[in-house]
Design a binder for this molecule. Structure first.
Ligand code: NI
Length: 162
């Protein structure tokens, strides 16, 4: 396993749409292992999407504090409910955080690293992280959701990096 450098804006890879994974093989398992190690290489990181390490495949990992890590292949949001204001940061947009709107809760389906279909009902930070990482697979960054530049601020160290 290895820690990969995380791509930062304006790297064009962050703006491309990732491809669906057709076959979950050893290379996908290795990608997931490396993404988990990269996510865990600094405190405060709760998620990472494959394009952030330069791979345009639909793979995300989530590491919520105190909970088991989640790796999702071809994740899709099947339902969004409600709306709330959140504070959000991103490893690929270093030095800043913003105030944006996210769903109150989401339902997501995808496959786990063994290929089994899984469904997740998520609220709060987990819902936010899932929306954020799935956005990355579509070339979307949280800064695209800012209502105005007044909602973007210089970072404080304790803000979660998704
Ligand atoms: Ni991010």
């Amino acid at each position: 396993m290895a820690v990969f450098p995380v791509r930062v804006v304006p790297d064009p890879v962050l703006r491309q749409k990732s491809k669906r994974v057709r076959l979950i093989d050893g290379s996908i398992q290795r990608l997931i292992g490396n993404m988990l190690e990269t996510m865990h290489s600094a405190p405060g990181r709760v998620g990472l999407a494959a394009p952030q390490v330069g791979t345009l495949l639909r793979v995300i990992v989530i590491g919520m504090p105190g909970e088991e890590d989640i790796a999702l292949i071809n994740p899709e949001i099947v339902r969004r409910t409600g709306e709330r204001s959140v504070t959000e940061g991103c490893l690929s947009v270093p030095g800043y955080f913003g105030e944006i709107k996210r769903a109150q809760s989401v339902r997501v389906k995808g496959r786990d690293p063994s290929g089994k279909e899984i469904r997740i009902k998520a609220e709060e930070l987990l819902a936010q992280a899932l929306e954020h990482e799935i956005d990355h697979l579509n070339g979307v960054l949280y800064i695209d959701h800012l209502e105005s530049m007044d909602k973007l601020h210089k970072i404080e160290p304790e803000i979660a990096q998704l």
